[in-house]
Design a protein around this ligand. Structure first.
Ligand code: 8YV
Length: 332
């Protein structure tokens, strides 16, 4: 790559300093030092001049943006795993390769899923407010009672890398593992996770104590947990989502929690980020749901790993090889 002109790599958000430094060394890197999410006009300008675009989830790269792409734009190296904010089909149709950063945020997201399960079941945010707000009058036999985790049934919707990492952790917490996935896992993987496969999502939902979502957001999974499906849940059931807000009908979820038809929810992602459904906010104030600001993969180590992956994808592509993390139409 050294003898050739460095590619113009446009990065839409601030990344960890070490990654930005490395990008400056390797590429003709154009960084968004304001760190403000780019609007459509800015993105259109970016795709016109970039050889490589490094977007994040806050960039909506639809076909109208891609229609403005200059001849130079050959690669979109997404800083993140999910690519539902990119019209990948439209990119591929224009001969633009798309890559993502799978694997490196698996453990952090699975950890956060367990944290949310515990936070909702054991009312951790509610309890944590009492002492700083000077509202704790002392221990009482019926004070702050939550729900036991041990021995309960966890239903995992989407048993890819993250779903499996959640299953391994949940086993250690004494939960029994159930899952629904487009494809059943190989029997040795299923056995190692001690996981029970449910062909029917509806039937699984009706039997679970906790349901956790780990599938990608695609046209097929939009509102996969629809109002009809959410109504199948038991009144004690808790719903956890660290995947994408669009997979759950948020209004229906809020309504069913309000009417005590679902026990509660722990959500790290929302249908219209950064806006959050006011009904969910109200439920959070009432201690029925726990809301986190999309921080499932937010660790210092994870962001560095993601940045490294982006760099490897760009370098490999620029060297004329297939980048390791290509997004293929079969993944959409
Ligand atoms: C990232 C995520 O923080 O990678 C993903 O798909 O949802 C997040 O954990 C974000 O996407 C970075 O663009």
């Amino acid at each position: 790559m050294s003898s050739r002109k460095k590619p113009l790599v446009v990065v839409t958000r601030r990344l960890p300093e070490a990654i930005e430094t490395r990008m400056r060394e390797l590429f003709d890197a154009e960084l968004n030092l304001d760190d403000k999410p780019m609007d459509a006009a800015a993105l259109m300008e970016a795709v016109k001049r970039a050889d490589v675009l490094v977007p994040t989830i806050t960039d909506e790269i639809d076909s109208s943006i891609l229609a403005q792409a200059g001849a130079g734009l050959r690669l979109i190296a997404n800083f993140g795993n999910g690519v539902d904010h990119i019209d990948v089909q439209a990119a591929l149709a224009r001969g633009i390769t798309v890559t993502n950063t799978p694997g490196v945020l698996t453990d952090d997201t699975a950890d956060m899923t367990m944290a949310l399960i515990m936070a909702v079941a054991r009312r951790i945010p509610e309890g944590a407010r009492l002492i700083p707000e000077d509202e704790w009058s002392g221990w009482a036999p019926t004070g702050m009672l939550g729900r036991r985790i041990t021995g309960k049934r966890l239903g995992i919707v989407g048993m890819g890398r993250i779903g499996q990492a959640v299953a391994r952790r949940a086993r250690a917490f004494g939960l029994s593992i159930h899952y629904h996935n487009r494809r059943r896992l190989a029997s040795e993987v299923e056995e190692s996770l001690e996981a029970t496969w449910w062909d029917s999502l509806d039937q699984m939902l009706a039997r679970m104590d906790i349901v956790s979502v780990h599938c990608p957001h695609t046209p097929a999974t939009y509102h996969l947990l629809s109002a009809r499906r959410l109504k199948l849940l038991r009144p004690v059931a808790l719903v956890v989502n660290t995947a994408r807000g669009e997979i759950i009908d948020e209004n229906a979820l809020a309504r069913l929690i309000e009417s005590n038809e679902i026990g509660g929810a722990g959500l790290d992602v929302f249908e219209h980020e950064p806006a959050v459904n006011p009904r969910l906010v109200k439920l959070a104030k009432a201690g029925k749901v726990v809301l986190l600001p999309h921080m499932g993969s937010a660790t210092q180590e994870g962001r560095l790993d993601m940045g490294e992956k982006v760099i490897v994808n760009i370098r490999t592509f620029m060297d004329g090889h297939r980048p390791p993390d290509r997004v293929l139409p079969s993944m959409l």
